[in-house]
Each structure stands twice: as C-alpha cells, then as structure tokens.
Design a protein. Sequence first.
Length: 307
Amino acid sequence: MRRKVIFDTDTASDDTIALMLSLDFFDVVGVTIVAGNVKYEYEVENALFTLEYLGREDVPVYLGAQRPIMGLWRTVEEVHGERGMGRWNIPKPSKKPENEFASDAIIRLSKEYCCELEILAVSPLTNLALAYLKDPTIVNRVKKVWIMGGAFTRGNTTEIAEFNFWVDPEAAEIVLNSGFNITIVPWEVTEEAATLTDEDWDKISKLRTRRAEFFIKVNEVLREYSKRVGSKGSVHPDSLTVTIAHDNSVILESINKKVDVETCNKARGAMLVDWYDLNKNGKKVEIVTKADSVKFKSYLFDALSKT
Ligand code: BDR
Ligand code: CA
C-alpha cells in the first residue's frame, strides 16, 4: 500500500519536480497551495499544469493562504522566473482547483486517513499552521510532517533566514511548537546534497524524455540564479526533502533537538536550534544534518528517465 501524503507547496521550479517525485513515490491525496515563491495565481496554475503534464488530473488541488499570517513578504521571481516556471509561458491548464479551503482539506484528510497521513511541507507553513489553529487535535492524526525549511547559519533570503521560514515565521513557530512528529531538512543540507552541476544537467538533457524536457524548462532560471549567488549549480531543496521522506536512508546524519523560529527584526525567520537541550519543555524534532547526494541524484535521474 502506498503511503498517503499531502503535498503543500508554493509551486514554482523545484516544487514542480518535487511534486513529480511525490506522485511517483506516494499516494498524493491532495496538493495544497500557499503564498510564497511567486504571484499566488501563477503558483496555482503551475501546480494544475504540472499535474496535467504528468497525466495526473485526478489529484485534487486546494487553494490555501494567499499571504502569511502576519508579516509582509516578497516573492522571488529572480529565482524562479516571472511566473515561476523559468521562462516557459505555460498554457492555461483546463484542470480546476477544488472549492474546499486548503487548511480545511488538511483537517478532513487527517480524519479520512487517520494516523497514516503524512505532510510534505516544501513551502511556508501557513496552511498547516491555520489547520492546527482551527483543530489542534490534528496533531494526533497526522503521522509525520516533512519540512523543507530553516538555515543553520547561511540564510538564502537574509543573512540568517531561509525563504520558507522567512516568509511566514509565525506559522513556522506555531507548527514547530505544536507537537507534530517533524523532520526538518534545512537549506545548507540541501545545498550540499541537492545541487545539480553542469555535468548533471548534461546528463539530464541527454535523457530526451518529456520529463527531462520539463525539468530543463522549469529550472533554467533557478540554475542561472543559483550560480549567480555562488552555488555550484541549481539547488533542489524540495526534491531532496520528498526523496528523504520516501527513503530515510538518504539521511546520512541527523540530530534530535528542540527548534523554534525568530519572529523579530533583522533575525526574522531564523531557525533557533536548542543545541545544548537548555529548554526542557516541548517536543524535539529531527533535523537532517547530512544527506546522500548520490542516492538523491539517482532517484531524480530515474524519475526523469521515465517516459
Ligand atoms: C525554499 O524556498 C523556495 O524558494 C523553494 O521552493 C524552497 O521550498 C528554499 O529556501
Ligand atoms: Ca517550495
């Protein structure tokens, strides 16, 4: 039996590949969209289009929070392209989203698939935080939350903050203090293990499948941006997080610590790790500190090889 998951996403570039992997690995019972990477309506179109492209119109898409709980944020078209799909002007999808609000769908699905549902949160945590605020008992019904977010020291959005935590730190604070069973995959770990070099891109372009073609188009701008800011190639944090959820042996090292998020001023969005277990209250989460790049890339290439 395939594991039931919800894919929570601010759909642009790498999110679409992470969605492709999720469809291969899991039974995706819902895709929930949240404000983050680019204009909300484009994120929705990108998710719908990706599902159509992959022949998975059957997967329901739910619209969620169109802004963070409290603060202002900025979208990052320079990272993902104007509409989030590189320079690809994707056709308007025919598939439509459902009427139910994303956080309500998360609550309902947690009841329908009680104690087996997992959440792949590769985006700001607003939808999940709202679901928890409405029904805190959801914590007892969700088996696991996989989070791409946080940075130890090398923020990709501010000096110290990673984008997903920075967009909605209040939501991250709520989710991290909720008692969910959580694994976090922080930014630096993804940069180490999920950067696709020129050599990797050559390999992908030689595959000549529809999926490889899709990958190249949607990640073209991401690749240019990543290199411009000093990475060795395009970085794929969401895809790595989904792969880790699928195969825990991709985790080479991890620690269990209490994690919180700073919500103030210059350090807004910073991940606060209680390295020395100073805080005796609250539940610890697993933080991945090292991932297996070779295994990750092998999963990715396999997925892109499929016709
Ligand atoms: C995260 O932010 C977004 O831009 C990406 O989709 C990823 O989820 C990386 O910081
Ligand atoms: Ca994302």
